[in-house]
Design a protein around this ligand. Structure first.
Ligand code: ZN
Length: 67
């Protein structure tokens, strides 16, 4: 199920009809609060290389991109 808000939450790259299938939607359940993120393939590669739990990875990625 693809449910992308329109752009990458990491680098801000826009999702178009042509590339939207390549975007990934990640749901995080943190302390009972669900956060959703959309990431482009580049940011998914970056995420995969970051250490730690998914929560830490996403925080670090957003920081790197100044978000
Ligand atoms: Zn991105």
């Amino acid at each position: 199920m693809i449910k992308v808000s329109g752009c990458c939450d990491g680098c801000g790259k826009e999702a178009h009809r042509r590339n939207i299938r390549e975007f990934f939607n990640i749901r995080l359940d943190r302390f009972g609060k669900v956060s959703e993120f959309d990431f482009c393939p580049d940011c998914m590669c970056e995420l995969a290389e970051l250490p730690g739990l998914m929560d830490d990875k996403i925080k670090e990625l957003l920081k790197r991109h100044g978000r």
